[in-house]
Write a protein that binds this ligand. Structure first.
Ligand SMILES: O=C(O)CCC(=O)C(=O)O
Ligand SMILES: [Fe+2]
Length: 188
C-alpha cells in the first residue's frame, strides 16, 4: 500500500535496459562514506549538512541518466527536469533509515527506480504515525509527490528478506536510482 500522492509503475524499463544501467553503474566510481555504497550525479548531496550547495555541481547528467530524465519528462512524471541522481546499493541486510528527502533542496517529485532485486519500503505518516508498506520489484518506478513526499517518511528496513502475501522473499543485491530536481542551492 502506498501513501496518497504516491504511485508505482511496474516494469517502467525492460530487462535489457536494466542490465545496461547496471553495467554503466558498475563502471563508475562508488562513494563509500555511508554504510551502503552510493554514487551522486548532477549535484553532490551533503548528507551531514542536509543540503546542496552552489559548489556541489558535478556537471550535467551522463547520457545514460539524461535519457531517463528525458523519458520521465515525456511521461509527465516530473514537471521540472530532474538534474540530480543518487545511486544506492543495498546488499541483503542493508537498508535506509526512515527520512524525508531534503525539503528546501529538492522539488515536489522524487522517483526511485529499482534494479536487481526486490525490497519492501515502509512509509510512516509524520502527523499520525500511520504506517504502510509497499513491495518494490526490479524495473519498477516509485513516484512520490506532494503529500507522500513531504508528510510521510520512507525507508527500507535493514533485513535479508521481506514477507509478501504470507511468503518470505529473499533479497539480493538491489541498486536504486533516485531522481530529483534541485530547487535551492545554498551559497557558500
Ligand atoms: O533505494 C530507494 O529506493 C530509496 C532511496 C532513498 O530514499 C534516497 O536516496 O533518498
Ligand atoms: Fe529518500
Amino acid at each position: 500500500m502506498l501513501p496518497p500522492a504516491a504511485h508505482y509503475v511496474p516494469d517502467y524499463i525492460d530487462r535489457t535496459h536494466e542490465l545496461a544501467l547496471l553495467q554503466s553503474i558498475d563502471k563508475s566510481a562508488w562513494l563509500g562514506d555511508l554504510k551502503r555504497r552510493v554514487q551522486h550525479y548532477g549535484f553532490r548531496y551533503d548528507y551531514r549538512a542536509r543540503r546542496v550547495t552552489n559548489k556541489s555541481y558535478l556537471g550535467p547528467l551522463p547520457d545514460w541518466l539524461s535519457a531517463l530524465a528525458d523519458r520521465l519528462m515525456k511521461d509527465d512524471i516530473f514537471r521540472a527536469r530532474p538534474d540530480q541522481v543518487i545511486v544506492n546499493e543495498y546488499w541483503p541486510g542493508q537498508g535506509i533509515a526512515p527520512h524525508v528527502d531534503c525539503e528546501p533542496c529538492f522539488g515536489e517529485t522524487i522517483t526511485s527506480l529499482s534494479l536487481g532485486s526486490t525490497c519492501s519500503m515502509e512509509f510512516s505518516h509524520i502527523q499520525s504515525g500511520q504506517s504502510l508498506s509497499q513491495f518494490l520489484a526490479p524495473r519498477g518506478l516509485l513516484v512520490l509527490n506532494g503529500e507522500a513526499r513531504f508528510n510521510w517518511t520512507h525507508g527500507i528496513p535493514a533485513r535479508k528478506s521481506d514477507m509478501v502475501g504470507g511468503k518470505k522473499v529473499h533479497r539480493e543485491r538491489r541498486v536504486s536510482l533516485t531522481f530529483r530536481t534541485v530547487v535551492t542551492t545554498q551559497a557558500l
